[in-house]
Design a protein around this ligand. Structure first.
Ligand code: ZL4
Ligand code: CA
Ligand code: ZN
Length: 388
């Protein structure tokens, strides 16, 4: 089908569970697990599943989730009663407001997407996969004792903790439009994880308000984690050329200095043009170039999802990135196959719509060449303190 052949030598595992897609955050909540159904439909209609080992995820056990989260928080998450979201007062563990509502099956949802990321990490550890994919994961804001920004359990932290059992150094890269604050904070005090997040930064009016260039880990003599957080704060309207340049330059220098033995790439699709919550002009090609670059480093690679609030664009990006992982991105037809489920949801029938097709009028690019250069210089300076 579509000329997909199983690539020799490189094993890709695909971790999913259709139950995850059945959960609803509430009528007009931006996070729609249904985007996973649309993505999977596109991946299958291209025949890509035939080139991967597919695993139906199991729920993570509470013990596994306690590797990061507190027992108190997990107990609350498991037993909290479904309620209409209410932002009028602070809630225990930040659960029950409009960002993090308590919905039917919440704990199962968390345990399933966490189980998928943990299993994906274990496949990389035992050498059964070279690239492992969990598009339902990537929920980077969750803290050890509380929910935050649509994230309840931090599957990325749980997966990195698995990788650290075998790997001396893990590079975490986050291309979601939001700052990867939960993962950064979790590894704030270790030099075994280097975290890199590219994001829109505005301390006043863009969530979570952290992630400025100078935020590089607590700078004290006795903290091994000092300098091991890298932040790339961006303004509205960044385009593919600038984004790819920054990604390859920053990640390239991080790899040279840190010498990771495994990489986790959070592929939040809200950094794409036309996203309901995002503000960038990044296209499916530019987003995918980040995955290609990571793949070219030939290290065990975990790909997780994350944000992404315009489902048709999420599906395009994650299908394209799955094709990059299995090595068929140059041979598949950019025209979305006729038998793709929900094909009418795509509006334009190509995997790679133009900015004009997506937005009508592109957003002004508020990132000057000088800003981009200043970022590269600051980060190069920080990395002088990072050594493998
Ligand atoms: C919504 O329409 O900036 C939630 C959230 C629910 C339904 C109807 C309720 C209307 C936008 C967002 C009231 C909504 C008020 N509904 C939400 C400071 C805020 C307090 C809550 O991609 N209000 C908080 C979180 C961010 C804030 C972004 C990104 C996750 C990830 C990884 C998380 N929170 C202001 C907003 C809506 C809603 C419409 C919303 N929430 C947009 N941005 C936020 O990084 C998965
Ligand atoms: Ca990010
Ligand atoms: Zn996001």
């Amino acid at each position: 089908e579509n000329g997909i052949v199983r690539p020799k030598g490189i094993n890709v595992s695909f971790h999913l569970n259709p139950e995850i897609e059945q959960h609803h955050f509430g009528h007009s909540h931006p996070m729609k697990p249904w985007r996973l159904t649309l993505s999977k439909g596109l991946i299958i209609s291209y025949g890509m599943h035939a080139a991967m080992d597919t695993y139906v995820a199991r729920q993570a056990t509470e013990e596994e989730m306690e590797d990061f989260h507190t027992t108190d928080y997990l107990d609350y998450l498991r037993t909290a009663e479904v309620a209409i979201p209410d932002d009028s007062e602070e809630k225990p563990h930040n659960l029950g407001g409009s960002d993090c509502p308590i919905f039917e099956g919440l704990f199962d949802y968390c345990a399933l997407y966490s189980g998928a990321s943990i299993d994906a990490a274990r496949k990389l550890c035992n050498g059964q996969s070279d690239i492992a994919i969990n598009w339902s994961g990537g929920l980077h804001h969750a803290k050890k004792n509380e929910a935050s920004g649509f994230c309840y359990a931090n599957d990325i932290v749980l997966a990195i903790l698995q990788l650290l059992r075998q790997h001396p150094r893990v590079l975490y890269i986050d291309i979601d439009v939001h700052h990867g604050d939960g993962v950064e904070e979790a590894f704030w005090s270790t030099d075994r994880v280097l975290t890199v997040s590219l994001h829109k930064y505005d301390p006043v009016c863009f969530f979570p308000g952290t992630g400025d260039l100078e935020r590089n880990g607590p700078q004290s003599e006795d903290n091994p984690g000092a300098h091991h957080a890298i932040n790339v704060p961006l303004n509205d309207g960044i385009d593919d050329d600038q984004y790819i340049y920054l990604f390859e330059t920053v990640v390239g220098r991080c790899v040279d200095k840190f010498r990771p033995t495994a990489i986790v790439l959070q592929c939040g699709a809200d950094s794409l043009a036309g996203d309901r919550l995002g503000r960038f002009n990044v296209q499916v090609q530019g987003h995918g170039a980040c995955v290609s670059y990571c793949k070219s480093l030939n290290l065990p690679l975990l790909l997780v999802g994350g944000g992404g609030y315009t489902p048709r664009n999420v599906a395009r990006a994650w299908a394209h990135e799955t094709s990059i992982a299995i090595g068929c991105s140059d041979t598949i037809d950019p025209e979305i196959p006729l038998h793709t489920p929900y094909r009418e949801h795509f509006r334009h029938t190509t995997l790679f719509p133009t900015l004009e097709q997506i937005l009508g009028e592109p957003k002004p690019n508020k990132n000057s060449p000088k800003k981009i250069q200043d970022i590269v210089e600051h980060i190069t300076e920080q990395l002088r303190f990072v050594n493998a």
